[in-house]
Design a protein around this ligand. Sequence first.
Ligand SMILES: [Zn+2]
Length: 118
Amino acid sequence: MDTARARDLLTAELADLDERVRYAESSRAEAASDAGDEGGSGTHPADHGADVTSSMDSELLLDTVADQRRGVRGALARIEAGSYGRCLVCDREIDDERLEARPEVPTCREHADTPVVV
Ligand SMILES: [Zn+2]
């Protein structure tokens, strides 16, 4: 893939992830401030359960987004270093179809499940 296009895609993705972090952090803060204050809008146990779940979801989302951001930043660093588009395991070119779908992938299909440090 053209690295200029890859950079565009990755930069857009990073902005999108930043947005999701802000959203997750605000909903986590909301869930925390709701705890112990039902405000008369329903004291049913199920409502409390829903608050706990949404707080946990926010934590999970923040973890996931943090991982994705690391991946995207790693890919941008590889563009700067001139090694973008090559598998970190075998150094072969990653096919365009795979990069189109997930521009931040650090490995080829063959090494999709190989853990790498990006
Ligand atoms: Zn590979």
